[in-house]
Design a protein around this ligand. Sequence first.
Ligand code: SAM
Length: 280
Amino acid sequence: MGPDTFIRSRREAIAIEDRHANEMRVYDDMADQVLAEWTDDDYAVDADALPECHQFEGPMQQLIDWSQPLEGATVLETGSGFGELSCWLALHGANVIATDISSKCLDVVAERARRNGVEDRIRCVNTPIEEAAGIDDESVDLVFGRTVAHHFDLGPAAKSMYRALKPGGRAVFAEPVLLLGDWVFRLRRSKPVTKVFPPFVHTPDERSFDHDMIADLSAPFDAVEIEYFGIFTRVSSFVRVPDTLYHRVSALDQAILDRVVGARSLSKYMVIRLDKSAQA
Ligand SMILES: C[S@@+](CC[C@H](N)C(=O)[O-])C[C@H]1O[C@@H](n2cnc3c(N)ncnc32)[C@H](O)[C@@H]1O
């Protein structure tokens, strides 16, 4: 993707059709490459290890904690990508509906499910989550997503996820955040800055969550809880930070975030839990 093919302000309006076309194109291409190149090792998923989360361990663990219990649960994974999490959830006893806008990604998921012996526990559904076509009302216990909701058109996506959840069900997402106002986002995406530090984005429309986006995602739900992660570790978005140093700074970040509520506005990631009331 060229330097000018991403949004430069979170307020830039993108038609849902364009957003979907971009997402499909980019992830279909990536999946084609995976299907051509991946080896047995690449497809393997280790149920006993935390899913791949290099320098993302805190949010990943929180996401998994808020997803319990998995045994026997029907889990809808949104934007399942190359299927690592769908397989991991299935290996932990969940019945998974892997959904993605990219049909090629779902080809990877199906192959990965087969190779990890969980093909009978994973159903692939090719749909944008804003439509969730083929997903029955009140049919799932958990909606799950890792670094994916910041690609969605959040109003319609939240409504369709709420519709799919059983009363008493829950949605959980681990996502990047930038809660400092659009001027910081615009500065980050400005030409002089991106020339030196290109943003870590795959698609033109993806953008870290701000307060309005959190409100859009939360709107239909009956209870919302958020845990925040990372302050100084944000440096790793600009320069490579060795793991040992990253983990030390990360522990300091969490100690600050636990004690100083105002520090949340500086955080790098959030894990959000959205509950649907049992009386719904
Ligand atoms: C950044 S990848 C994350 C993949 C996976 N969740 C993971 O953590 O490995 C985003 C995924 O979301 C999918 N996606 C983007 N927009 C979507 C939408 N509106 N509905 C469903 N899937 C979407 C993309 O095709 C891609 O597979």
